[in-house]
Design a protein around this ligand. Structure first.
Ligand code: 1CP
Length: 347
């Protein structure tokens, strides 16, 4: 019998640097608002309650895998879920995103937060482990990707109190009070590490750290104030590791975190052959279909996807994905056709 199970899937082999005859493809934010079956299920349930209801979170995770035939599930949750589990007040407001009624801005705010034992997250994470176990059982040979927010992206919300454009308050705290910044980022790293462990312990086969807003940082600030904490969050994960950011063309090499990452996620701004030239052959690339192009006529999408695949051949291995999340207004059939196209092409 040939070897089976997620460990020999195209995604996990690509993360280990192998090219197989099937190009693995999945989509960030595949589980969510672009699917009518998701919108139906979510009626009457708040986002964070849905994340912590095991049957519901499992079903939402599985929907896009069934529909599109993607090569991985991404666990349906949110980067702020471990903060809710730590007992911090947070809600996800429809159409806006995560909102913290008590933002963490002063040294005493930080002291109040870091006083919470990150192990409280592990103890409260049973609904997460339960949902992951259901998903892993259903997925069989298809791997599940667990995820967490990187310390800087989480801080961008916690310090600001909600979504912001340039994440000024978090970046200001680094320089105004470096000690408080490092205390906060270190605590967030520990919380994200614990959230990743809950998912891998329950059977997730790979993890992705989302540093969605790291693109707003200078290289110098990234190295001093952010990279050590992201490395701590990811280094503890007992599974292959993907590290993703938006607008991070200037940070690609640093995002390898000294070899801690198996793959670097690249947004749509940097062609994958250029990214591979910068990153070298020690790491796999993931990306980078422009989400804006999903609205274009199919011929335009097809040409773009073929170009992304061709450029991805410059890397040691490639995982096809978007350059950021699926926009809510995307026609899900376009995603299904992209999966079919990727699987027709030789990796
Ligand atoms: O009611 C809803 O449907 C709310 C929309 C929504 C969804 C479906 C939010 C609110 N989060 C999610 C799920 C989610 N969040 C997933 C599910 C798995 C999948 O990818 O299919 C994941 C991986 C996340 C991670 C996440 N949350 C990130 C990192 C990824 C990214 O897109 O950059 C970030 C930045 C968040 C914060 C967040 N949560 C929700 C929103 C609208 C936002 C962004 C707000 C902002 O613009 O700052």
């Amino acid at each position: 019998m040939s070897s089976t199970g997620p460990a020999s899937s195209p995604l996990i082999r690509a993360l280990k640097g192998e090219r197989t005859d099937r190009l693995p493809v999945w989509f960030m934010r595949q589980a969510g608002r672009s699917l009518p079956e998701y919108r139906d299920l979510r009626v009457g349930t708040r986002m964070l309650d849905a994340c912590l209801t095991p049957d519901l979170a499992a079903e939402i995770t599985l929907q896009p895998v069934r529909r599109h035939g993607v090569d991985a599930g991404i666990f349906f949750s949110d980067i702020v879920v471990p903060l809710r589990l730590a007992g911090i007040a947070v809600e996800i407001e429809p159409g806006r995103g995560p909102v913290f009624p008590d933002p963490v801005r002063t040294a005493s705010d930080v002291a109040r937060i870091v006083d919470i034992d990150p192990q409280a997250v592990a103890a409260a994470a049973e609904p997460v482990r339960e949902a992951v176990r259901i998903v892993v059982e259903e997925l069989g040979d298809t791997p599940l990707i667990g995820f967490a927010g990187a310390p800087f992206t989480l801080a961008a919300y916690v310090v600001e109190g909600g979504p912001s454009k340039e994440h000024l308050r978090a970046r200001a705290l680094m320089h105004a009070d470096p000690e408080s910044w490092h205390a906060l980022a270190g605590w967030l790293a520990e919380v994200s590490r614990t959230f990743l462990a809950a998912q891998t312990d329950a059977g997730a086969s790979a993890v992705q750290l989302f540093d969605s807003w790291a693109g707003s940082l200078s290289v110098a600030d990234y190295r001093t104030y952010v990279a050590p904490h992201s490395r701590a969050a990811l280094a503890g994960a007992d599974a292959p590791r993907i590290h993703f950011g938006v607008g991070t063309g200037h940070l690609l090499t640093d995002m390898r975190l000294d070899g801690t990452t198996d793959a670097v996620g690249v947004d749509w701004r940097t062609p994958l052959d250029e990214a591979a030239a910068i990153l070298g052959q020690g790491v796999t690339v993931q990306g980078n279909i422009d989400p804006a192009l999903l609205q274009a006529p199919w011929q335009v999408v097809e040409e773009h996807v073929r170009d992304v695949i061709a450029r991805g051949r410059a890397a040691r291995a490639h995982i096809l994905n978007l350059g950021h999340g699926v926009p809510p207004e995307t026609d899900p059939d376009v995603l299904t056709r992209i999966v079919e196209l990727a699987h027709e092409e030789q990796a």
